[in-house]
Design a protein around this ligand. Structure first.
Ligand code: UD1
Length: 351
């Protein structure tokens, strides 16, 4: 990315920009003055999110947003995007993300997630656009030896193909920066993104039965499901249930904008954890969501889920010191905003 550009003359391509984290990031980018091109095939998202984005950012900022419906692996379509727009940097979210499904469909997961990344960097190289932020995951730390996790904590074998795709794409991108020092890659390792936009206009909208805790809890709260299934209460944690570092999706989105500003005059490959540094148990989440929605949510204790770790939470010192970024919101705000979204959109964007 050119060093002397400001947000006002920087064009960012956001792949998967119609998805949960992507759409919140697009809002923050537009509000910061960036020009944004979203490429999304809508395979796991709704075009309706763009009306919501327009409402949140207002007409003037919305004019700086373009949506192209395409698969990132479709090189002709991507060539056309790079020919049409003067893209300075890419934030790459597009990918399949259901852990359980990845175990059933490894070919689809490896081919889609890794294939689309390779296609993307090939087109970027051809157009001399070499600044990339990749959507990675704390899943690359596997079952940690010690907490909190710093960026220097070792990567551990993944427990499913989805996790391996994040693991491998990190290595692929790192290799690219070694081969060509003009590349500028930031790997953002997300902890557990939850919450929704405070407006209630955007949030998580999983298709089918949610795999992740928060969307499941939210659907119990709104009456779509009977009770939360708590996967194990015999972990070595204060209340026996799994502990995670939940982060508000708006904080996470702002982490991308901070990384984009920071990487302007950099090259190479840098990794950042994006979390809050605080661990919260499953039962604490159910309690916090119950307070947000005003009734005690029912739950049943089930056996542990295969592949789950006991606890993980981030050390976010590096992001604070280098990016000047820190998570602002706590569990209360995450549950409040998630409930606001779910109660106003009980069936998501299509409801
Ligand atoms: C999961 C993925 C991780 C991925 C992340 C994306 C697994 C093993 N890991 O993280 O690779 O990057 O989603 O967001 O799937 N829980 C329940 N009941 C539920 C659902 C979850 O008790 O219905 C518990 C889990 O046991 C865990 C916690 O809630 O302790 C969080 O689970 P989840 O939201 O699925 O996230 P992770 O497993 O941390």
């Amino acid at each position: 990315m050119c060093n002397n550009k400001t947000a006002q003359d920087t064009c960012v391509l956001v792949t998967g920009g119609a998805g949960f984290i992507g759409s919140h990031t697009v809002v923050e980018l537009l509000q910061d003055g960036y020009e944004v091109v979203v490429v999304d095939d809508l395979s796991n998202s709704s075009e309706k999110v763009f009306d919501r984005i327009d409402t949140i950012v207002g007409d003037d900022a919305a004019e700086r947003l373009t949506f192209v419906r395409a698969d990132v692996a479709d090189k002709d379509a991507m060539e056309a995007v790079f020919d049409t727009f003067d893209i300075d940097a890419v934030i790459h979210f597009a990918g399949f993300k259901a852990v359980g499904e990845s175990v059933q469909k490894p070919i689809e997961y490896y081919s889609n997630n890794i294939g689309n990344t390779l296609a993307l960097v090939d087109v970027m190289r051809a157009h001399d656009c070499k600044s990339l932020i990749f959507s990675s995951s704390a899943t690359v730390y596997g079952d940690p030896d010690s907490l909190p996790l710093t960026e220097d904590s070792p990567k551990k074998p993944a427990t499913n193909p989805y996790g391996w795709t994040k693991w491998m794409i990190e290595e692929i991108l790192r290799s690219i920066t070694v081969a060509d020092p003009a590349w500028n890659v930031v790997l953002l390792r997300y902890f557990n993104p939850i919450g929704a936009h405070a407006s209630g206009l955007m949030g998580e909208d999983p298709k089918g039965i949610p795999n992740n805790l928060l969307p499941y809890v939210a659907q119990v709260a709104v009456g779509r499901r009977d009770a939360v299934h708590v996967f194990g209460n015999d972990y070595d944690t204060p209340d026996g249930t799994g502990v995670r570092d939940y982060i508000h999706v708006v904080d996470l989105a702002r982490g991308h904008v901070a990384a984009l500003a920071w990487m302007r005059d950099k090259a190479g490959c840098e990794v950042f954890n994006l979390g809050t540094g605080r661990g919260t148990s499953v039962l604490q989440i159910i309690k916090a969501f119950s307070a947000a929605c005003g009734r005690d949510l029912p739950y049943v204790i089930e056996p542990r889920r295969a592949g789950d770790v006991t606890a993980n939470y981030a050390d976010c010192t590096k992001a604070r010191e280098l990016l000047g970024w820190e998570a602002e919101f706590g569990i209360e705000e995450m549950c409040r905003d998630s409930w606001n979204w779910q109660s106003h959109n009980p069936y998501g964007y299509e409801g």
